[in-house]
Design a binder for this molecule. Structure first.
Ligand SMILES: Cc1cc2nc3c(=O)[nH]c(=O)nc-3n(C[C@H](O)[C@H](O)[C@H](O)COP(=O)(O)OP(=O)(O)OC[C@H]3O[C@@H](n4cnc5c(N)ncnc54)[C@H](O)[C@@H]3O)c2cc1C
Ligand SMILES: *[C@@H]1O[C@H](CO)[C@@H](O)[C@H](O)[C@H]1NC(C)=O
Ligand SMILES: CC(=O)N[C@H]1CO[C@H](CO)[C@@H](O)[C@@H]1O
Length: 356
């Protein structure tokens, strides 16, 4: 059985799709199936991935696995951007401006007193005369990544299909009801995001939504050559960001962070505030009244007390389960690293480290 495992991935967000691809690389001849209610192209409040900004700007500062996940993903994005420009991942620099002292922003790793990704992205402190008024300090990222989530999710799905991974669209209320329909499963990977709060046999009450609202606008005539970010702290309800998306993706304006809030209604007052704040930090956008709004978006980040759960368990049905959910606002930037970790756990469960 370990020669040709039967692998079942539950969930088709950025985490489930990426994990399935890493499984395929590791087990070229295995049978791999993804079961999910939502797939790329769907837009639902229960499906977080389409609503992300998204970019790579690590929030990790644990001097440990979380930094590692983001680092692995950074290198993989670099490879994807170079080899598959059609994937929707593009390189771009960023200006990040903070309204608090660096020690109070949560960007330093306490153990080292440093920003761990300094060399990875090519950090430079902004000069006094480059800072907007009131700002305490700023950092230029020479080169990081921004993602056109619509294109990238579609690309991931194409890779999955090219790699002969089977897709099944279904909804289940528990992992055990899923497994009773797929009884020959060797290992189950649970990548259901916030769904793991509702699954009756997972019911992970450490999970909670962090609501995020954004506005997608048309590309202004003045090109925007970098991303902009301004915030009191690295993670803050008042974080403002402007991410020009590659490949005709428009410009994403954000954001908000509302912990514990499940509302899928667009808050128009908040949307107006976001547009105001974004025009202030990104002069290329022009005036608020000149913005051409394409859509107002609401997504729920799968936040989790204690961080993402990437864990091997025996599983209720005697079938090992590897959990990979709870990535909060970092699901894209940690996707390849967390998928790699999940696949290490699959190898462990199969009792081998050998390539099969
Ligand atoms: C406004 C906003 C901005 C963001 N910006 C960034 C950013 O800049 N960078 C970054 O890295 N991340 C960002 N994120 C976070 C990122 O979007 C998430 O971390 C990521 O999308 C989580 O992916 P996931 O695959 O775990 O969950 P999801 O995308 O929600 O996928 C869950 C899957 O499980 C399926 N599922 C769940 N329950 C069931 C069930 N019972 N039966 C059948 N199927 C089920 C769903 O149908 C779906 O296929 C942002 C998020 C938001 C909302
Ligand atoms: C949730 O967010 C919406 C939109 O911003 C807001 O109107 C509502 O008051 C919030 N609800 C709670 C319980 O905070
Ligand atoms: C069928 C199955 O594997 N269920 C598991 C789902 O997750 C919970 C919580 O981690 C486990 O206790 C169950 O065994």
């Amino acid at each position: 059985m370990t020669q040709n495992p039967n692998l079942l991935v539950f969930g088709a967000g950025v985490i489930g799709l990426t994990t399935a691809l890493v499984l395929r690389q590791t087990y070229p001849t295995s049978k791999i199936t993804i079961v999910a209610k939502h797939f790329p192209g769907d837009r639902s409040i229960q499906y977080t991935s389409p609503w992300a900004g998204a970019n790579w700007a690590s929030m990790a500062h644990d001097n440990g696995p979380l930094e590692k996940y983001d680092e692995v993903t950074f290198h993989k994005f670099s490879q994807i951007a170079e080899q598959h420009p059609e994937a929707g991942v593009g390189r771009m620099g960023m200006w990040g401006v903070f309204d608090a002292l660096i020690e109070d922003t949560g960007i330093l790793t306490p153990e080292t007193g440093k920003v761990w990704y300094e060399e990875l992205v090519g950090l430079r402190a902004l000069e006094e005369n480059e800072l907007p008024s009131g700002a305490k300090f700023g950092l230029e990222f020479a080169s990081t990544f921004r993602i056109n989530t619509q294109v990238y999710l579609g690309w991931l799905q194409d890779q999955v299909l090219v790699n002969k991974i089977t897709l099944v669209r279904r909804t289940y209320s528990s992992l055990s009801s899923l497994l009773s329909d797929f009884p020959t499963t060797t290992i189950l990977i649970n990548a259901t995001g916030l769904g793991s709060l509702a699954l009756t046999d997972v019911k992970d009450t450490n999970l909670y939504p962090t609501r995020g609202q954004t506005v997608l606008v048309a590309e202004p005539k003045t090109p925007i050559n970098r991303m902009y970010f301004r915030s009191p702290k690295r993670i803050d309800p008042l974080t403002t960001y402007v991410f020009p998306r590659p490949l005709g993706g428009g410009v994403i304006l954000g954001g908000s962070r509302q912990d514990g809030n499940w509302s899928e209604e667009v808050d128009m007052e908040l949307a107006k505030e976001i547009m105001d704040r974004c025009c202030k930090i990104c002069p290329e956008l022009g005036r608020v009244e000149d913005l051409q709004v394409i859509s107002h978006n609401v997504g729920l980040r799968p936040s989790r007390k204690g961080g993402p759960r990437i864990e091997l368990e025996k599983g209720g049905n005697g079938i090992p389960v590897v959990h990979n959910y709870g990535h909060s606002g970092a699901g894209y930037q940690s996707s390849w690293g967390t998928a790699e970790r999940a696949v290490e756990l699959v190898k462990k469960a199969l009792g081998t480290n050998a390539k099969l």
